[in-house]
Design a protein around this ligand. Structure first.
Ligand SMILES: [Zn+2]
Length: 310
């Protein structure tokens, strides 16, 4: 029996509101940050110190959060491997014992249709080995696949096709779910991972306002560019626009080039300082980790296009 006495749903709602607030000023939260959730005059952890599945004993005998560690660069992201034919994501059991406490907590959350938090690793705090996570919530466990030792996870807005639906409906549902996953999970993950790696500064000018920063792709999604940090650049709105329209190019040695015709133009301070003075400068902000720095081959491919355009 559970010693729960706090209102489980109220605690979950309050945790969502608290996380929303934390994410206004950060790209990711550490396990330490997540140990400081205040509720009903007490402080709770929203994740364990080691494990992926967590529940708060004082409020529930069902899980409140699941966690996926940051995947090393080059490895496929955990969610890449785990999308089912229904377009929904999957989360693995802990170990292979269905009756392990962590797996039982998940099953209870599924049976009661409780909203959970999914913490997805996006990288490391600058200069450290401390992992950072981006919370996705609410998510729901909609089914269990014991033969594969996993649960089916729906992010808010996703749903399974109705039982017995015909192939056409299943296909539409899958596409719809994939779209939601892209918009709700993959794109924000890419942005958070890139901005965290660049310490929330523009690679070209070091502008430090996250509101004015984008995670630009070196090789675009549409051309098959991967959603990993080494295919990204944190760029302010001006430099993102300038990069995408080949006003500036970034060579494989990380040196910024400016289109000749633009260099020849004389205009006000924005053109002078924000664009022309960047010519010949190396990127001023790059990730700590070599493996997260811009991929030189992808830059070379892209730089070729800049050359041809100018
Ligand atoms: Zn900039």
């Amino acid at each position: 029996m559970t010693p729960a006495h706090l209102d489980d749903l109220a605690l979950r709602e309050s945790a969502f509101a608290w996380l929303r607030l934390q994410m206004l000023t950060k790209e990711g939260l550490s396990r330490n940050d997540l140990a400081r959730f205040p509720f009903a005059g007490r402080t709770f952890r929203l994740t364990g110190t080691q494990t992926g599945i967590w529940r708060i004993r004082a409020s529930s005998d069902a899980a409140i959060s699941i966690l996926t560690a940051y995947a090393p660069v080059g490895a496929r992201r955990p969610y890449d491997d785990t999308v089912g034919a229904d377009g929904l994501l999957r989360y693995k059991w802990r170990g292979d014992d269905p009756l392990l406490a962590d797996n039982v907590w998940l099953r209870r959350a599924m049976e009661r249709q409780l909203p959970l938090i999914w913490f997805i690793g996006i990288g490391y705090a600058p200069g450290s080995k401390i992992q950072l996570f981006r919370p996705e919530f609410p998510v729901y466990l909609t089914a269990e696949e014991p033969e594969r030792r996993q649960f089916v996870v729906a992010v808010d807005g996703q749903e399974a096709a109705p039982a017995g639906a015909d192939a056409h409906v299943i296909d539409i549902t899958r596409k719809y779910n994939e779209r939601i996953a892209r918009v709700r999970v993959h794109q924000p993950m890419f942005r958070s991972a890139v901005l965290a790696a660049y310490e929330r500064r523009c690679a070209v000018c070091r502008l430090p306002f996250a509101e004015l920063l984008d995670a630009a792709h070196i090789k675009s999604d549409a051309e098959g560019g991967a959603a990993r940090v080494s295919n990204g650049l944190a760029l302010c709105k001006i430099h993102h626009g300038a990069f995408d329209s080949n006003i500036i190019g970034i060579a494989p040695d990380f040196v910024v080039h400016v289109r000749e015709s633009v260099l020849a133009t004389v205009d006000g301070p924005t053109l002078q300082h924000a664009i022309k003075e960047m010519a010949g400068q190396r990127l001023r902000q790059v990730p700590d980790r070599r493996s997260e720095r811009p991929d030189r081959e992808l830059l070379a491919e892209r730089f070729e296009r800049f050359r041809n355009a100018s």
